[in-house]
Ligand binder design. Structure first.
Ligand SMILES: Cc1ncc(COP(=O)(O)O)c(C=O)c1O
Length: 433
């Protein structure tokens, strides 16, 4: 049995009092992400060039080592060559925007392949698509803009790494760097779009801007459906830990699992960086509540201070509990995944992609959080590894540095075995609601 080393941290958890109400009514997702919209995304995206379902990896070695029944890890590191699930959302929303334009101009309802074929090139070639990004969303929008043949301008905040900016530029987009945070860049992109009559394809929603972000979320559901279809017959997960930036991903997962399994769905836990926990804060307050400051975290995709209002409509009652994790804990998870445990396949996961696993290991290393999460020895956990090495240099430096600390870890008790009744809550803070 392997020891799985996991750094201690003053993690916080907020149990959602509204979750019990939702479990009975199912109200939290009705009418927000409808089945028809999802069917459209499912049919369109599966016809795109290069489409293939990403693998759902079973990790029995890790599950045994940490003391749960099963762990499934949906590995998005190869999605469309862009290395993140975001290709599904931004890409689909760009396509939908273009289809609407073509329908408006010609009355036709083109399929994806007709749009990609260039048949409507003259209608879109002079148009510009734009968005703010902390890396992955902008890359997916730039990729789709190139596929459909329009111009693209992407706004990034100063914290986005040079490698992530270069990946967007390599797809033909113009990248503009702005001071401030992701949320500042979102506002700037909206202003520029209005000024220049550009198509704004944002992954976050706010008052008066929900239709495009809804398409983004419908696209994300393709990943969730693939995972559901790949699960072994009759093995519904008991828990899922989903990482949160603005919450669109988590809301898409939550809505989809609700639609599939209703009240029999897995317990739904969200995971944020402790420096950018806007969803946890909102759940504690019972309404969308921003986080100020520089949102400093290695988990670039999660460095968001404001929850998407459309996502909030689902998450406000769909989340059972909201956790925070540290950068150090996420790096530990990236290394665990890269090495593979007791014969599990090695997996390349970027910083934001490993946050769900960090949420699980936090819960298993802290009795109080584990109890709130309701984890048992036979729990079946579904995780979404939402990105691969989206900044390869950074990935290598994080995986390589200090790896010797892990080399000695070949035997010992599981984190759960190590807990006693006196074990921490020491460092746990429960966020009051
Ligand atoms: C790899 C990755 N995972 C998770 C997320 C979080 O998604 P959301 O902002 O919809 O909560 C992001 C957001 O950019 C991301 O890039």
């Amino acid at each position: 049995m392997s020891l799985v080393p996991f750094p201690k941290h003053n993690n916080t958890i907020c149990r959602n009092p509204a979750a019990a109400i939702a479990a009975e009514s199912g109200l939290h997702q009705r009418g927000i992400l409808d089945a028809e919209g999802f069917a459209n995304a499912w049919n369109a995206i599966r016809g795109w060039p290069g489409y293939g379902a990403t693998p759902l990896r079973s990790l029995p070695g890790l599950a045994k080592a940490v003391g749960v029944g099963e762990i499934w890890f949906k590995d998005e590191s190869s999605r469309f060559g862009l290395k993140s699930f975001k290709a599904l959302g931004g890409g689909y929303a760009v396509l939908q925007r273009v289809v609407r334009e073509i329908t408006h101009a010609t009355g036709a309802q083109p399929t994806s392949s007709e749009v990609f074929s260039g048949r409507y090139g003259s209608l879109v070639a002079t148009r510009t698509v734009t968005c703010a990004t902390d890396g992955n969303h902008g890359r997916s929008v730039a990729w789709a803009a190139r596929l459909v043949g329009c111009q693209c301008v992407i706004f990034v905040h100063e914290g986005v790494t040079a490698a992530r900016r270069a990946a967007i530029e390599a797809l033909g987009a113009t990248v503009e760097v702005l001071p401030g945070t992701y949320d500042d860049a979102v506002r700037h992109a909206a202003k520029k779009a209005k000024l220049h009559d550009w198509w704004l394809v944002s992954d976050t929603s706010y008052d008066g801007y929900v239709d495009v972000p809804r398409d983004v979320m419908q696209g994300y559901r393709v990943m969730v459906e693939e995972a559901v279809l790949a699960l072994p017959e009759g093995r519904i997960p008991t828990h899922t830990f989903v990482q949160v930036g603005v919450g669109a991903l988590a809301a898409a997962v939550c809505a989809h699992l609700w639609e599939k399994w209703g009240a029999g769905r897995p317990r739904f836990l969200t995971v944020e960086s402790d420096n950018a926990a806007c969803l946890q804060r909102s759940i504690a307050a019972g309404r969308p509540t921003p986080v100020a400051g520089n949102l400093d975290t290695l988990m670039a995709g999660l460095a968001c201070g404001e929850v998407s209002i459309l996502a909030w409509k689902i998450l406000r009652s769909g989340v059972d509990a909201a956790l925070t994790v540290s950068d150090e804990q996420v790096i530990a998870c990236m290394r665990i995944l890269a090495r593979g445990t007791d014969g599990d396949p090695p997996i390349t996961s970027g910083e934001s992609g490993a946050a769900g696993l960090a949420g699980l290991l936090t819960s298993l290393n802290d009795r109080h959080i584990g109890d709130l999460a309701g984890l048992q020895r036979d729990s079946r956990v579904l995780l979404f590894g939402t990105e691969g090495a989206t900044d390869e240099g950074l990935y290598r430096s994080l995986i390589g540095a200090g790896d010797t600390a892990f080399a000695a870890s070949t035997a010992g008790p599981t984190p759960r075995d190590q807990l006693t009744d006196e074990s921490p809550p020491s460092a746990t803070k429960v966020v009051p609601t």
